[in-house]
Design a protein around this ligand. Structure first.
Ligand SMILES: C[S@@+](CC[C@H](N)C(=O)[O-])C[C@H]1O[C@@H](n2cnc3c(N)ncnc32)[C@H](O)[C@@H]1O
Length: 514
């Protein structure tokens, strides 16, 4: 029975899986996780408690774990998807700004190389799709060297890669979190058009965009019982009177569709850490939504002993009516940047989990500190769900599409000649003047000749260019941008195609050759 079920569902592996936030969302969308791997035993215990017994949960160091071993454990070589979050600490922009990310030490940080182990598994299993998650900082670090390397090396093993920036609040997550995804698809399969497959549902300007308004922090936590700092009960009942009040204020769909509260028997991990008296007095001085620097600016006396010019938001009271600050693993240390909007304490693990859109039925293992780390590291399950739905749509589409046309050498030469003519012509006049039909034909030829390139990756070319062109290769094809793979001569055409697609002159179907 289980075998049959697994057959019908798309299957995936979760590498560097943490507690399984990403997996949780993908399973909500209807995919089936075959295995999760992480070297952190507490995270794997959580992962295990939230998956059925036929999902393998492994404590392994990915730098010494071999794909062949995973294949023999899961009993198959066939998986539809591999997802993973090779650690992001080495790429964090927050550390860059504080100065500790720019020196020799972090340049040599071995965690930055972990994506290679991820790609090794991709190369072995060859799923139709892979999704690698990282922090936004990866784009800036060392002039984008890692951002380039990930895309370039994925292309070398036969995947077309699209970087996709996820502003989580646009998918209903009550948080300012932004993450960088790399979505790779086998080049012989159709383009993954993220803008139509992973659709936004919420907006900061809902009236203009016709989408739902963002989900606020209040909507995520206002039904939870009030606590004093230091109330460390791991388990308690819900306050149904408060829930009723909440339902008078909000629709309740976040509580039922995302947090699944009706299915949770007990409220777990809504426990508050102790704070010293000085901090508690400072918490009480802050208004809702206020940072310590703003409180100081309006003349409030605060007691904290840290340097006031460099720790502007060291103490921050969150605001019920807006998005919560990005939930980070660092929450385990003190919680001072996550003071409850109306109570004199920092957020509890359950509140942080709700902001990350973990359902209340999700169980966490380990100490409070382990749990905060697992929550802060996770992909919000709601984002995982939207990505999973996009991948299901993509797979359905892929089934009905024909495979890429294979060109003979003579056909390739003919296309190159035509492209050279087009490039020469538009060296002297602006490419925007090319008429629609001629432009469409040229763009189609580029698709045929370079099926391994993703059209949108031209927006992120970077600056690094491949070395001197080889003799027999047309100037149309080399040199090329190392990051995106786009030939330098053809990049303006791809940029023009992007502009025409955005302005509606080129349909999505023509743009993506979908
Ligand atoms: C960003 S978190 C992944 C979060 C996960 N995608 C989720 O949604 O919950 C990165 C994970 O990589 C794990 N990790 C770091 N180095 C590792 C290694 N060498 N081998 C295996 N796991 C590792 C960490 O323990 C951490 O759980």
């Amino acid at each position: 029975m289980i075998k049959k079920l697994i057959k019908q569902k798309l299957t995936f592996l979760d590498l560097f899986c943490g507690c399984g936030g990403f997996s949780e969302g993908l399973e909500q969308a209807g995919l089936k996780c075959l295995a999760g791997v992480d070297h952190n035993a507490h995270a794997i215990e959580t992962f295990k408690q939230n998956h059925s017994t036929d999902t393998i949960a492994l404590v392994r160091d990915m730098t010494s774990f071999q794909p062949e071993e995973l294949q023999s454990l899961v009993g198959t070589h066939q998986v539809d998807l591999i997802v993973g979050g090779p650690p992001c600490q080495g790429f964090s922009t927050a550390r860059q700004f504080s100065g500790s990310n720019s020196g020799q030490r972090l340049v040599e940080d071995p965690r930055r190389e972990l994506y290679k182990y991820f790609l090794k598994f991709v190369d072995h299993f060859r799923p139709k799709v892979f999704v690698m998650e990282n922090v936004l900082g990866i784009k800036k670090i060392q002039n984008g060297i890692y951002f380039t390397a990930i895309q370039n090396e994925a292309r070398k093993v036969g995947y077309r890669v699209i970087p996709f920036e996820v502003k989580t609040w646009e998918f209903g997550v009550p948080q300012k979190r932004i993450r960088q995804l790399f979505i790779g698809t086998l080049i012989e399969f159709p383009i993954f058009d993220s803008s139509s497959l992973i659709t936004k549902t919420h907006s900061l300007t809902p009236k203009e965009d016709g989408l739902a308004p963002i989900v606020t922090l209040g909507e995520a936590i206002e039904d939870l019982p009030a606590l004093e700092a230091g109330d460390e009960r791991i388990e308690q009942g819900y306050d149904l009177r408060l829930r009723k009040k909440y339902l008078g204020k909000y629709s309740g769909s976040f509580l039922s569709d995302v947090l699944n509260v009706d299915k949770a028997e007990k409220l777990t991990w809504h426990c508050s850490r102790p704070h010293n008296d000085r901090d508690l007095r400072d918490f009480a001085r802050l208004r809702e939504g206020e940072t310590c620097s703003r409180a100081l600016a309006r003349g409030v006396e605060m007691e904290f002993p840290y340097d006031r010019s460099s720790f502007k938001d060291r103490y921050t009271r969150q605001d019920r009516s807006s998005l919560c600050s990005t939930i980070v693993a660092h929450l385990k240390s003190d919680g001072l940047m996550f003071i409850h909007p109306t109570q004199v304490r920092s957020l509890t693990p359950r509140e942080a989990a709700r902001v990350q859109t973990f359902p209340d039925t999700f169980r966490f293992a380990g100490s409070r500190s382990h749990v905060f780390t697992q929550i802060g590291n996770a992909v919000p399950p709601l984002v995982g769900r939207k990505i999973g739905q996009g991948i299901i749509k993509y797979s359905e589409k892929e089934k009905v599409q024909t495979q890429q046309v294979k060109l003979s050498d003579a056909e390739k030469r003919k296309i190159v000649l035509e492209l050279e003519g087009f490039v020469n012509e538009y060296m002297v006049k602006p490419i925007e003047f090319a008429d629609d039909e001629c432009f469409k034909k040229t763009w189609k030829m580029i698709h045929l000749l370079l099926p391994h390139l993703h059209p949108e990756s031209v927006i992120d070319n970077g600056t690094e260019i491949s070395s001197v062109p080889s003799r027999n290769i047309s100037f149309c094809l080399e040199p090329y941008y190392i990051r995106s793979g786009w030939p330098v001569e053809l990049a303006p055409i791809a940029q023009e195609a992007y502009r025409r697609m955005k302005s509606g002159c080129l349909s999505n179907v023509d743009y993506f050759n979908a």
